[in-house]
Design a binder for this molecule. Structure first.
Ligand code: NAD
Length: 478
């Protein structure tokens, strides 16, 4: 039996903390995957103080030198990829291929933001005043807090930390309780890459305790959060009250519209990949599909056949194509959503409300009311509701009739329809003939409505805007 991985806090450059909490492997719940410390107010205070102490020197380090550290971290993550991915599978449950893909994403993020050390970070303008030029520069905010979820336990911390660090901020990360090892690996890679002590800190512990302390501390200039809408909105109040900058990326209920002119097999592949990859545990996962009458039957046949091809199991087994549900709490949520849907008259074309351990087969449900919780509330499992609509306009209206607005998709051969959809759908990301999940790292990402604070976008060049403020400098030369 493999011995548990050991997660630790990273505070002021030191790995610390006694292993007092156990994280079980979701594929084998009797096996301990990770031992981790549980931080409290003292650890969070120490991490914020270390970040305050380290930040000025880091901000005055040249941007190319800061970038070089991030590029070295990318190299180290590359060297350690197999081990990090294996630990990630054990603590979170996704398949090895999905975990390696996630580590590759983190590497790409550090490469992208590392190279920004050489990029322009301001503009020069002519002035209306004589013998004067005007320039802008971007200043770091100081110390920033990051609070992250379990479903992308290394990629999300990476895509928040890298733009913060290249911009000259110091960081305190509070990762999700159930995935402490991935964040520890990230901390070790940055430390080993030569990041000065205190510039990047990790404190494990309960969100309602250490996350709350991080959000309330006046030394923390800004907080970037990804997680559930309920927690995000709570944090928004705390941050607004102390006028700290907030970036909140939250839940989703992502819809796809499948039109009669689409190829049913291709549309089913798009929907299955969006709904069932990562065990449906992606904020961008497809969870409701609207179909027009002419394609309904063929599309459902194809989707049901594809659902049957997934092989649930331990993500480290080569034959597994769907890892377990992350936790018993999430499994209960998945099963009760399906149970409620059955109780309300839904028909299941694949899957049911039962599980083997935390292994849960994909669910395809039809005959669901448009306003049933199954079709309106985020579930976060490999579960998709297929609902009927009369035509394009009613499908578009159904997708927009949601408090969420993260991703949305359309399957169609019509350029006119897809162009109209891209313009009118209420979502931060639109996918035409592509799964709602799966994103490039160099383009803006974020939601609208209850999916996001919709203030600053993550990823790509625009990500640095959240972590900086713009200053305008007039220079007179007589
Ligand atoms: P969660 O909201 O339960 O937890 C997220 C983080 O917040 C964790 O680190 C947790 O410890 C912390 N937290 C919890 N209570 C807190 C509090 N009172 N104060 C401060 N911090 C607190 O979410 P989760 O279950 O880890 O993740 C799943 C959710 O994340 C889903 O809703 C999913 O849609 C969302 N998500 C969104 C995106 C996106 O980019 N929009 C990406 C991934 C996941």
């Amino acid at each position: 039996m493999t011995s548990p991985a050991l997660a630790q806090h990273l505070i002021a450059g030191e790995l610390t903390g006694d292993a007092v909490t156990e994280r079980r492997n979701p594929a084998h719940v009797d096996a301990v995957a990770v031992l981790a410390p549980e931080g409290g107010k003292a650890e969070m205070d120490a991490a914020i103080a270390a970040a305050v102490d380290a930040q000025r020197a880091w901000a005055t380090t040249s941007a190319p030198a800061r970038g070089a550290v991030l590029l070295t971290a990318a190299h180290l993550l590359t060297d350690r990829k197999a081990q990090i991915a294996e630990d990630l599978v054990r603590e979170e449950g996704k398949t090895r291929a999905e975990a390696e893909g996630e580590v590759t994403r983190a590497i790409g993020v550090f490469q992208f933001f590392g190279s920004l050390g050489w990029a322009s970070s301001g503009s020069v303008y002519p002035s209306g005043m004589p013998n004067t030029t005007v320039s802008t520069r971007r200043e770091p905010l100081g110390v920033v807090g990051l609070i992250t979820p379990w479903n992308f336990p290394i990629a999300i911390p990476a895509w928040k930390a890298a733009p913060a660090l290249i911009s000259g901020n110091a960081v305190v990360l509070k990762p999700a309780e159930i995935t402490p090892m991935s964040a520890t690996h990230l901390g070790m890679a940055l430390r080993d890459a030569g990041l000065p002590a205190g510039v990047f800190n990790v404190v494990h512990g309960r969100g309602s305790l250490v996350g709350d302390v991080l959000a309330r501390d006046p030394r923390v200039a800004a907080l970037s959060f990804t997680g559930s809408t309920a927690v995000g909105l709570q944090l928004q109040q705390i941050l607004n009250a102390r006028r700290a900058r907030a970036q909140l990326e939250m839940g989703g209920k992502n819809g796809v519209l499948v039109l009669d002119d689409a190829d049913p097999r291709k549309a089913a592949r798009v929907v299955a990949a969006g709904a069932f990859s990562l065990t449906g545990q992606a904020c961008t996962a497809t969870s409701r599909v609207y179909v027009t009458p002419g394609i309904r039957r063929a599309f459902l046949d194809e989707l049901t056949a594809l659902a049957a091809t997934y092989v649930p199991g331990d993500g480290l087994d080569a034959t597994t194509t769907m890892g377990p549900v992350v936790s018993d709490a999430q499994l209960q949520r998945d099963m009760s959503a399906v149970q409620d849907a059955i109780g309300s008259g839904a028909r299941l074309l694949h899957g049911d409300a039962s599980a083997d351990g935390l292994h849960f087969a994909p669910v395809v449900a039809t005959e669901v009311a448009h306003d049933a919780p199954f079709a309106t509330d985020e579930i976060f499992g490999p579960i998709v509701a297929v609902l009927d609509v009369d035509d394009y306009e009613s499908g578009l209206a159904a997708i927009n009739d949601s408090p969420y607005g993260l991703t949305a998709g359309i399957c169609t051969d019509s350029l006119a329809r897809s162009t109209d959809f891209a313009g009118r759908v209420q979502a931060g990301v639109v996918k035409v003939n592509r799964p709602t999940s799966g994103l490039d790292l160099h383009v803006p990402f974020g939601g609208i409505k209850d999916s996001s604070s919709n203030t600053f976008r993550e990823q790509g060049h625009t990500a640095t805007e959240f972590y900086t403020w713009e200053k305008t400098v007039y220079t007179g030369v007589e």
